[in-house]
Design a protein around this ligand. Structure first.
Ligand SMILES: NC(=O)c1ccc[n+]([C@@H]2O[C@H](COP(=O)([O-])OP(=O)(O)OC[C@H]3O[C@@H](n4cnc5c(N)ncnc54)[C@H](OP(=O)(O)O)[C@@H]3O)[C@@H](O)[C@H]2O)c1
Length: 289
């Protein structure tokens, strides 16, 4: 059954999308992948390159698809790419595409910490996107990820770069924690969510088994590399984030870290039934370096 499935992926050149597409392709899923820019395609994959996801171009190509994985999203705003436009309004557009092309299932990555009581602009935009999906009458799985770890995610790349300079800077005390999940586990879970009933109409935290302080994570990441860890005053880091669009940490990266969010790993473990990778073992093995 899985063999004959066709799945659409939006935001195809992003970190999660690249890894998920590879996994699905390796598992013989037929892919229709959409991006604003050109990208390298995998086996069984059709590319759609479009600046604005124009319906006329896209719709005819989505026919006979079983699910859509919506991986477009931003965690840092600019004048041209803001949360409302890209996280909320764009999701509305994608829901309409699903309906018009008769795609029954949508899979969405929201964010860990999203709730109806949130006061953060980033979370509000994700919350509204979630509500639109739930109200759409499509079948859905909404994931709320913590930090997704891979060899090629932005934070891993940042750490590798800092190691080369001999010093990693961390914001504030580093006592706040993250609950990282490995990208290969994420790919496997998303693959299951495409066709397993257990994932129908559900919101799941996408987190690993271990909650770990930021300082400890960075220490374990850089173990054996002779790298110093320097704590930077939080006011200084926030100031940099507010005034410099190219700062290492964006305002909402900091908000998410300080937010210290914890997810429901047990529920994810029971529903997914997969064997999770231990992030600490991965760090110890040096395989992320
Ligand atoms: N990675 C994590 O740890 C993490 C944690 C929590 C939530 N998430 C969520 O998971 C999703 C994927 O994350 P990611 O880490 O893969 O992010 P990413 O590497 O930044 O990829 C997101 C993709 O969104 C697309 N995009 C951005 N702005 C757009 C716009 N204005 N119009 C159309 N497409 C636009 C781009 O795709 P193209 O360049 O291909 O067009 C981009 O590559 C996002 O929604 C993110 O918020 C990720």
């Amino acid at each position: 059954m899985v063999k004959d499935m066709q799945v659409v992926v939006t935001g195809a050149s992003g970190f999660v999308a690249r890894n998920v597409r590879k996994y699905l392709s390796d598992n013989n899923i037929k892919l229709i992948s959409i991006s604003r820019k050109n990208f390298k395609k995998f086996k069984n994959e059709t590319k759609i390159i479009t600046k604005n996801y124009d319906e006329k171009t896209i719709l005819p190509k989505l026919k006979n698809s079983d699910a859509l994985i919506h991986l477009v999203g931003i965690g840092k705003q600019t004048i041209d790419n803001d949360y409302n436009l890209t996280n909320t309004e764009f999701t509305k557009k994608i829901i309409n595409l699903c309906k018009k092309s008769k795609i029954k299932k949508i899979i969405y990555t929201s964010g860990l910490g999203v709730s109806k009581n949130t006061t953060l602009g980033y979370f509000i935009s994700k919350y509204k996107a979630e509500r639109q999906i739930i109200d759409s009458k499509l079948d859905y799985t909404i994931f709320r990820p913590s930090y997704i770890v891979g060899k090629d995610d932005l934070f891993t790349k940042y750490l590798k770069k800092q190691i080369k300079t001999g010093q990693i800077q961390i914001p504030g005390s580093g006592n706040y924690s993250i609950q990282p999940i490995y990208i290969d586990d994420v790919s496997q879970i998303i693959f299951n969510a495409i066709y397993k009933n257990k994932f129908s109409k559900i919101i799941l935290d996408l987190v690993g088994s271990e909650s770990i302080t930021f300082e400890k994570y960075v220490k374990e990441f850089s173990i054996g590399t002779n790298t110093k860890i320097k704590k930077i005053n939080l006011e200084t880091v926030y100031h940099e984030a507010i005034s410099n669009p190219n700062s290492n940490f964006g305002v909402d990266d900091l908000n998410l870290l300080i937010g210290d969010f914890k997810g429901d790993y047990k529920k994810l473990k029971i529903i997914s039934g997969i064997k999770f990778s231990s992030i600490r073992k991965l760090l110890k093995s040096g395989s992320l370096l």
